[in-house]
Design a binder for this molecule. Structure first.
Ligand SMILES: NC(=O)c1ccc[n+]([C@@H]2O[C@H](COP(=O)([O-])OP(=O)(O)OC[C@H]3O[C@@H](n4cnc5c(N)ncnc54)[C@H](OP(=O)(O)O)[C@@H]3O)[C@@H](O)[C@H]2O)c1
Length: 329
């Protein structure tokens, strides 16, 4: 499917995966509608997008917990570009801490942004797509929506809800015989974005990205691919795929492994951190960034080089065998 001139709404487009996704669609010649709370950071995303084939952009500062604002986002997109082909529900926040230590206002905020924000987005998008008869709704969940984690209860709960929302919406469309509106869910593993630095934190320790870390561009490519070839669910990152498989086959084992791994690798026990609401209630100032400084892009490049070298080595060995075999034959 050619994506040129598709109209794509991306929520949480002021940084991280949202910005990378908006750029990926802009590169394909799409018009992108950019939503998040920080106007200055959305402008930075728009500038990046416009570098690619002079992509058309529209900035709509939006708080995803405000249903009227989300409806207005959809209305502005249609007013400006006439339709909505793709809606990416991506804006989300996180709060780390022992269950009893996360303040209720933060617990509720995570569920509000990550669940109700997606519900508002899905309703606004589907209203437009039903009128058009076509469209793709992409919900960004997480592997935490398949294997929950300690220290981030509201986040894990929210990502299970996002998967469930996707599944029940697909069912709804199926029983109504709607064939050309697709609902897809993406489950990224750990991604190199500002997410962890923006999170609320009541663990007493610095929160770090749990390795292996993948690049946000990788998630963006998966989202673009989904629009071309819609699928129910896609896991981004081989480590995530292994974990999801394990959770399916041996759930108790996966639960124990994830508990141990999160405690060891998601918190830096050597570095103390004061309690913080992070960017839950008030966004962090600044222009935003795609990457979080966890080395996702570099590590992906290193991994790719290693895989390419291994494949090249295997090809040489296979070639030698073939030559030897032919010589013998
Ligand atoms: N990074 C990871 O390891 C990882 C792994 C799995 C899944 N994910 C998922 O991927 C998606 C993107 O995460 P990310 O890593 O790119 O995080 P991020 O860098 O923290 O970006 C989050 C985005 O959400 C926006 N946002 C937060 N609260 C909002 C609100 N109330 N209304 C509107 N926008 C709001 C932020 O912009 P403003 O502050 O300007 O509003 C920002 O653009 C999320 O759904 C996340 O759960 C991330």
């Amino acid at each position: 499917m050619r994506l040129r001139n598709h109209v794509v709404v991306v929520t949480g487009a002021s940084g991280g995966i949202g910005r990378a996704t908006a750029e990926a669609f802009a590169r394909k010649g799409c018009a992108v509608v950019l939503a998040a709370r920080r106007e200055e950071a959305l402008e930075a995303t728009a500038r990046q997008c416009e570098k690619h084939r002079g992509a058309r952009t529209l900035i709509v500062p939006t708080d995803m917990t405000d249903v009227a604002a989300v409806d207005e986002l959809a209305r502005r997109a249609v007013q400006e570009f006439g339709r909505i082909d793709v809606w990416v529900n991506n804006a989300a926040v996180n709060a780390f801490g022992r269950f009893e230590d996360i303040p209720m206002e933060d617990f509720r905020k995570v569920l509000d942004v990550n669940v109700m924000g997606y519900v508002y987005g899905a309703r606004a998008a589907l209203r437009v797509m039903r009128e058009q008869g076509t469209g793709t709704l992409v919900n960004i969940a997480s592997i935490a929506g398949a294997v929950p984690q300690p220290y981030s209860h509201p986040y894990s709960m929210s990502k299970h809800a996002v998967r469930s929302l996707g599944s029940s919406l697909r069912q709804q469309l199926r029983v109504e015989g709607v064939k050309d509106i697709h609902v897809c869910t993406v489950l990224p593993a750990t991604i190199d974005t500002p997410h962890f630095a923006q999170a609320a934190n009541y663990t007493g320790h610095k929160v770090v990205a749990m390795p292996p870390v993948y690049s946000p561009e990788r998630v963006a490519r998966a989202v673009v691919d989904l629009v071309r070839h819609p699928r129910r669910e896609v896991v981004v990152g081989p480590a995530g795929r292994a974990l999801v498989r394990q959770a399916r086959m041996a759930p108790a084992l996966a639960e124990r492994a994830m508990a141990r791994q999160t405690d060891r690798a998601h918190l830096d026990h050597d570095e103390e951190a004061p309690p913080t609401h992070g960017a839950l209630h008030v966004p962090s100032p600044g222009e935003g960034a795609v990457h979080g400084g966890w080395g996702g892009r570099r590590r992906t490049a290193i991994r790719r080089t290693a895989v390419a070298a291994a494949l090249a080595g295997a090809a040489v060995t296979a070639g030698r065998r073939l030559t030897t075999g032919q010589a013998r034959g």
